[in-house]
Design a protein around this ligand. Structure first.
Ligand SMILES: [Fe+2]
Ligand SMILES: [Fe+2]
Length: 373
């Protein structure tokens, strides 16, 4: 505590700018405020006062109203109009105790008034109250800004975690695809079907699915699921799978069971991708007109992913060289597929692969480039 004024010592740090054109008033208020325990700076008019306010950012301004160059109201308006200084409390000292001048002062943003002659106890009380309010407001400002910084930091951390999670998810998806392709290739290995067949037909399926307007998640799932279409061939005996001559009716029946074996390998999972793969394995030899196998399903009773894979798988089989035939040209293969619209194939899937012909041939070319390198 200050022995003379009784004011708490923590108030010593507060800086008050006193603005008055009368030197005797400056001396009077300066002495009083110093005695109360504040640091002070004086200015002889509003203009000088404003310069000092902007340079020193005081805790409070005590200003006369009638002054040359810039009066107290103008000073008040300038301080309150600047975002940096607008929260500094201002006490106007006026000889005019009429209502109009008080209202004018309020309009310019003054926080309090003192009427001349100023009573020192009243001055001390008003200054102390305004500074208490300002201290509280400053504290809240700091607290809010700290809070904002913390929220920004947490948000940045969350964003980073999200980006990392996305990268991990992508990596996981890629490794799943890689595993699926390797396992599918292993299943078809004995059949002399290659990893290249799996790669091409799964990408053809992806293109057709996208052209049909399916969601990007469904398109991705069809890419992965289509790779497993013939996984059931792992259960087909060698003497049938590898037979070069024509299959007997019984052998054909056993061969056709690769669809049902695939279903049973892939079924019973809670994983939607494997559920889709099961539909593809079971349905990729069904025909739109109901003459396919294993269940002679018709039209839209055949799962859409299986209808897509049927088109993609046949296109690749036609355009690839086999022991019993040369590779067909793209023209021949597209003509065959178009001829099968409505009998073998879903007409919308046929339209989708025909409309995506340049993308299909891009895949064919990039696969050729891989093999040539
Ligand atoms: Fe098949
Ligand atoms: Fe195939």
């Amino acid at each position: 505590m200050n022995k003379v004024t009784g004011i708490d010592a923590k108030l010593d740090k507060h800086l008050v700018i006193i603005v008055d054109d009368l030197p005797s008033n400056l001396i009077y208020f300066n002495e009083a405020l110093t005695t109360f325990g504040y640091r002070t700076v004086t200015a002889a008019n509003g203009k000088e006062g404003l310069e000092k306010v902007n340079a020193l950012i005081p805790d409070l301004i005590l200003t006369d109203v009638n002054m040359p160059e810039m009066n107290g109201y103008e000073l008040c308006a300038a301080v309150k109009g600047n975002p940096v200084t607008k929260d500094i409390p201002i006490i106007l000292i006026t000889a005019q105790d009429d209502r109009n001048s008080l209202i004018q002062g309020l309009d310019t943003g003054a926080d309090d008034f003192l009427i001349k002659p100023v009573n020192l106890s009243e001055l001390q009380a008003r200054v102390r109250n305004l500074l208490l309010v300002k201290d509280y407001r400053d504290h809240m400002k700091r607290y809010t800004s700290e809070l904002e910084t913390q929220v920004a930091m947490r948000t940045a951390e969350l964003n980073n975690a999200f980006v990392e999670l996305k990268a991990v998810n992508l990596q996981l998806k890629e490794s799943i695809l890689d595993t699926i392709q390797r396992l599918s290739t292993a299943a078809e290995y004995r059949d002399k079907e290659t990893a290249a067949h799996i790669w091409r037909m799964s990408h053809y399926s992806q293109i057709v699915a996208r052209s049909l307007g399916l969601s990007s998640e469904d398109v991705d799932n069809i890419l992965y699921a289509s790779a497993m279409h013939d996984v059931g061939k792992i259960g087909t005996p060698d003497h049938i799978l590898l037979k070069t001559g024509k299959l007997t009716a019984d052998e054909k029946q056993i061969m056709d069971e690769h669809t049902l074996i695939g279903e049973s390998i892939l079924g019973g999972s809670n994983y939607p991708l494997l559920e889709l793969a099961k539909e593809v394995a079971g349905g990729h030899h069904e025909w739109w007109d109901g003459t396919g196998y294993p269940r002679q399903l018709t039209g839209e009773n055949i799962p859409v992913a299986a209808r897509i894979v049927a088109v993609a798988d046949v296109y690749d089989a036609l355009t690839t060289k086999r022991v019993y035939k040369d590779a067909w040209t793209a023209d021949e293969a597209f003509a065959h597929i178009q001829a099968g619209a409505g009998t073998h194939f879903d007409p919308t899937c046929v339209a989708a692969i025909v409309n995506s012909r340049s993308k299909i041939e891009d895949i064919q070319r990039s696969d050729q480039a891989l093999k040539d390198s």
